[in-house]
Design a protein around this ligand. Structure first.
Ligand code: GLY
Ligand code: MN
Ligand code: MN
Length: 434
């Protein structure tokens, strides 16, 4: 729990004064009376470690800072149906708050707590239901103006401060991310072993999610993409419904969530265990682009340097493969490469798969710093077209790893998923001839 206590203390220091209100996510109906699997809010979890729904964190800064949790009361009847609830007393003790109250008291208490505070720190616009609740509490304070009550004069977006904090991972977070990365890499190894002509994309998805759950991961961090053949050229392919064909590549983008932290890995490999010459050419190009990008991940390097390096390598390769003509500089300047590489080379990774944090500050790509975690994911997606060599039609390759910026460069957290052509072919052959 110490990591969460420390983060609250750091936030209170940065706030300097005022009150922060950080609710968790609401439960969402899937259909009629069934709910989507519950996932707490990432900001709320970051500061509390508390995973029950119907909860809200209130922090007051100043000379005597206070940390308060509102949560569901114990309810033996409901607990028979839905399971354990901490209740305020146990939650206060276990999660180390100064005080905890029933969530049913929140509206009344909030008006008391807001009165006289100069600033409210809150993520306005994040959730319409909570916005209304906060506005109502502010109006209750204003309604008491003649008694001398005063509502905060300013609302500051708390995400500005929290996003900066979340950008640099502490040891506790890095440990969770290492576990998520290790389990996800094992799932990719399992998927490579399971793939074979005639099996279906959804069967391979089942292998991935089986490995996640048997290893203790709570859920996939995002909907897995299991895309055989031409489906790999659909960037957010979600159906995972087609049979795998001999001679095709299979692109898998899948990662799990462990104790709220995500991994995000893509591997592309031949369904039958052997790359064709054309597939190998495209694969080696994307791998070279990824290596060039990884070489640009180090403290002080600009966020965009890895993307620029990947684009340069890809542009050169697209020219070599006769996908594009003209000079490399010309291909980059005109953006012609975007026909085959239309996304960026990475994103922050953490509690959210596309994690919190600015990429530019004052119009300038921010420099990397130790403790930042990001993905490196170049790709090349070649659809069938008259002006494309037919041998390359419907080849889609992406290679994605998760990097931790270290004092001397970066560490790849997802190395355990086979990546070179030889490593993939060896692993698949060892897994049994296809
Ligand atoms: N899996 C989502 C992404 O790669 O960004
Ligand atoms: Mn990604
Ligand atoms: Mn991904």
């Amino acid at each position: 729990m110490q990591a969460f206590v420390d983060r609250r203390a750091r936030l209170l220091k940065r706030m300097a004064h005022g009150i922060a209100v950080i609710p968790t996510a609401p439960e969402r109906v899937r259909n009629r009376d069934s709910h989507h699997p519950y996932r707490h809010d990432s900001y709320f979890y970051y500061l509390s470690g508390f995973t029950e729904p119907d909860a809200c964190l209130v922090l007051t800064a100043g000379e005597k800072p206070q940390t308060l949790l509102f949560c569901r009361e114990k309810n033996p009847d409901r607990e028979v149906w839905d399971g354990f609830r901490h209740g305020p007393d146990a939650a206060r003790e276990m999660f180390r708050f100064d005080a905890a109250w029933p969530i049913s008291d929140l509206d009344e208490k909030l008006a008391e707590l807001l009165a006289g505070q100069p600033v409210l720190h809150y993520a306005l616009g994040h959730d319409a239901g909570w916005d209304q609740r906060i506005a109502a509490a502010l109006n209750r304070v204003r309604a008491n103006a003649r008694d001398g009550a005063r509502a905060p004069a300013a609302i500051h977006d708390i995400r500005v401060t929290l996003d900066e904090m979340r950008l640099i991972k502490d040891e506790h977070e890095i440990a969770d991310m290492r576990r998520a990365a290790a389990i996800s890499a094992a799932a990719h190894r399992r998927a490579m072993r399971a793939a074979a002509p005639g099996r279906a994309e959804y069967e391979i998805e089942a292998e991935l999610t089986h490995e996640f759950r048997r290893s203790g991961a709570q859920a996939p961090a995002y909907a897995p993409i299991v895309a055989g053949g031409a489906n790999a050229c659909v960037l957010h392919y979600a159906a995972n419904s087609q049979p795998l064909r001999d001679g095709d590549l299979l692109l898998i983008d899948a990662g799990c969530e462990v104790d709220s932290y995500a991994a995000d890995i893509t591997r592309t490999f031949p369904v039958n265990g052997r790359f064709t010459p054309a597939q190998r050419d495209v694969y080696q190009l994307v791998l070279a682009a990824q290596r060039a990008a990884i070489a640009e991940i180090a403290p002080g390097k600009a966020w965009d340097a890895a993307h620029e390096a990947a684009v340069r390598a890809l542009a050169q390769g697209m020219r070599d493969l006769k996908l594009l003509d003209g000079s490399v500089d010309g291909i980059i300047e005109s953006g012609a490469y975007r026909r085959f590489y239309m996304h960026r080379t990475g994103h922050w990774l953490g509690l959210d798969v596309h994690d919190a944090g600015e990429y530019k500050r004052d119009g300038v790509w921010r420099p990397l710093a130790p403790g930042m975690t990001l993905t490196v994911e170049p790709g090349c997606y070649i659809r069938a077209a008259d002006d494309v060599p037919p041998a390359l039609w419907n080849i889609g390759v992406r290679i994605e790893d998760d990097a931790l910026v270290t004092p001397s460069g970066c560490e790849i957290l997802t190395e355990a998923a086979p990546k070179s052509v030889d490593a993939i072919e060896d692993w698949m052959v060892r897994a049994g001839a296809k």
